[in-house]
Design a protein around this ligand. Structure first.
Ligand code: 4NP
Length: 159
């Protein structure tokens, strides 16, 4: 089993969107049995809360239901449980590096690396308009496809 964790700041916009989109792509690719996925936030402000209604609505328009997801905060145990800890932006990645125990083998990187963007963030949509949530979905869909490709290769799964 390969375990993937998506990390953003508040845990109610980008990372639940990533979890929903990626889980859907796992189902479509036949990889559900091989890959486990979870999401969390660097901050604990929204712990236990459902995703932002705007994120829920934008995902639903693309056929992805994230209404049942609940926020939780990143913790040090995550670095033992997961193989990939994927950050939405540079601040998230810095927080991940700050918490990660020394010597950990976890793959820590920006999620958009898997969309072929080596240094790009998924912009925080929280204080912006609805179009921000569409951009988040576009970027996350592209990176999810790239990550599915890598995991399929790694597990010898034919897409
Ligand atoms: P997220 O967006 O990190 O994509 O979940 C945010 C959600 C809430 C806040 C900031 C970013 N906040 O300041 O409450």
């Amino acid at each position: 089993m390969i375990r993937v964790l998506f990390v953003c700041l508040g845990n109610i916009c980008r990372s639940p969107t990533a979890e929903g989109v990626f889980r859907q792509q796992l189902r479509e690719s036949g990889l559900t049995e091989r890959v486990e996925v979870d999401f969390c936030g660097v901050a604990g402000w929204h712990q236990g809360k459902a995703p932002d209604p705007r994120a829920q609505a934008a995902a639903a328009e693309r056929g992805v239901d994230i209404s049942g997801l609940r926020a939780r905060q990143l913790n040090v145990g995550d670095f033992e449980r997961f193989d990939y800890v994927l950050a939405m932006d540079h601040d998230n990645l810095a927080a991940i590096h700050g918490m990660c125990p020394e010597g950990s083998q976890v793959q820590k990187t920006l999620f958009l690396t898997y969309a072929g963007q080596s240094d790009m963030s998924v912009p925080d949509p929280y204080y912006g308009g609805d179009e921000g949530f569409e951009e988040v979905l576009d970027l996350i869909e592209a990176a999810s496809r790239g990550l599915i490709g890598e995991l399929a290769k790694r597990t010898g799964h034919r897409l």
